[in-house]
Design a protein around this ligand. Sequence first.
Ligand SMILES: [Zn+2]
Length: 409
Amino acid sequence: MSSLLGLLDPITGTRDKLLETLIAWSDINSGSGNIEGVEKIATLATGRFSELGYDVQRIETEPVAMIGPDGQEGTIQRGPILHFTARPNATRRIMLAGHLDTVFPVNDSFQKAVIRKDGTLHGPGTADMKGGLLVMAQALACFEQSGLADDIGIDVVLNSDEEVASYASSPYMEKVAAHCDAGFVFEPSMPDGSLAGARAGSGNYDVVVTGRAAHAGREFDKGRNAIAGAARVVGALNALNGQRDAVTLNIGLIAGGTALNVVPERAIVRLNVRARTPDDLAWVDSAIRETITSGDFGADITAQLHGRIHRPAKPMTPQLESLFETVRSAGGDLGVPVRWAATGGCCDGNNLARAGLPTVDTMGVRGAFIHSHDEYAVIDSFEERTRLTALSLLKLASGEAVWPKDIAS
Ligand SMILES: [Zn+2]
């Protein structure tokens, strides 16, 4: 049993305050595209993390390229990055990361948090991941009071575009990650407390299909139907499914056309790919490129490809395994079983891993049905997950656990 357990006393009794704050945060819409709402959460998070005495930096993100609904290349502005730092000169550093945004747009019908009789808090972002942000802050408050934090640098980085692939924030996050020794991200754990182990990598692609507009009655023959071309693109891309084990392509969105009496000039096909290894990701990326550049999608119809792999696969490495063992041993001391399993999901943990940072990325509250109107967080997990994080930090700081980067990679 760890002698550090006594240091967790400040966490006892924090549940109700966390619940109250989480309800208030969940009631503020912060869909990635709702910059005003994201800013409100950024302000609240700045207040919460400033209470820890950390230095605050706000980083404005650069606009990122995107293909608009009209098929034209444009840019979109995302919200800020918040970076809270303690002890900037410490040689051992822990990075704790999270996101301020949710998947629910400002006009979504899912806007309010409600406590349910079964001990859950049902609401947007309760599990993914406003609950996790508050767990992170509470665990750090405990860590700062422990007397063991003096030699450990802390980098808390919160972004505003995780739910839209972190294009605007990942270069900054990876730069911070490269200087840290252990990483924790506060995505929700499963309802039974299981964590995500190895993660698949992911890529998003847009194919803009261009034909020629014409009157559907007077000059149908002069038209070149972009939707018919898009259908051929869909068929060709979808045929890549099943060609390689555990590599999947999901045609997620198709749009095109203007009116029923117009031969459509433009259509867009948007897709997401998942694969578990760097080789598989490289294969699917080049297969998509080859399919689009060499495909025949109809006379006078062109298809232009945009997009890339944006989250690399996150394999289980000896260093990552070591950090998981630290969390498991903290769980053992707390009577909280900690297991992990590989997943097809991905998150900023993938990008931090690319920067060489061993990262356990499901340290947030227990919860389920994220990205849906049934999303909930388990209220009893608030203190439990706060203790799990705090004890994991204390084990690293005290030398009771080995630093993952001290393990041969
Ligand atoms: Zn999330």
